[in-house]
Design a protein around this ligand. Structure first.
Ligand code: SAM
Length: 177
């Protein structure tokens, strides 16, 4: 992508996020962005169309026992991290607040066994309590404002099974109040 296009996209994202914050609905802009993109992945700044390198490294280095283990991908975006986990043998649930993103995942990976669902991280289904042996969270918490983060962190902790693993990437943390 050209530098000018990248800057335009960043500006667009910033405007959407600011408007959503002003309406006290900090996650609302994600659906707007995904639906306006009209399946053009270049319009989604975090879409790399491959699993996150941090997840790939961790999986390579730790070789977790995956067969039949329940995994959850939080704010799954376009689904590449979920696909990496299912390819290892995890039974994967992946969710996002954006219905368009979830439809996009299902269209990108029509034969996938991943259970892609629309769910709000701030309204986790009670049946997910301690239900997942492996939980991956990447670039979601830091995309939300500070005033909802403790709630979000509680939601994430709620889903990890006793003795389970939660892997989170905060490497590109942004702070919004
Ligand atoms: C910065 S993107 C990161 C996407 C993906 N994890 C990645 O690393 O490519 C944040 C994702 O979280 C989703 N999201 C934002 N707020 C959410 C919420 N309250 N519940 C579930 N997903 C949410 C967005 O729709 C978006 O797909």
């Amino acid at each position: 992508m050209f530098e000018q296009q990248r800057e335009d996209l960043q500006l667009h994202v910033k405007q959407l996020a600011t408007e959503a914050l002003q309406k006290s609905d900090p996650s609302a802009w994600f659906e707007v962005l995904y639906s306006k993109a009209k399946e053009d992945t270049a319009q989604i700044p975090w879409a790399k169309l491959t699993s996150h390198p941090y997840l790939q490294d961790w999986l390579t280095n730790h070789e977790p026992f995956a067969s039949g283990q329940q995994a959850l991908v939080i704010g799954c975006g376009l689904g590449d991290d979920a696909q990496a986990l299912t390819s290892l043998g995890f039974e994967v649930t992946a969710f996002d607040i954006s219905p368009t993103a979830i439809t996009w995942c299902q269209e990108r990976f029509p034969d996938s066994t991943v259970n892609y669902v629309v769910t709000d991280l701030l309204a986790i289904p009670p049946q997910w309590h301690q239900a997942f042996n492996f939980v991956f969270e990447c670039r979601n918490i830091q995309s939300l404002p500070l005033n909802v983060r403790s709630c979000v962190i509680s939601s994430v902790a709620f889903v990890v099974a006793p003795g389970g693993t939660m892997l989170a990437d905060y490497s590109c943390s942004r702070h919004r109040s």
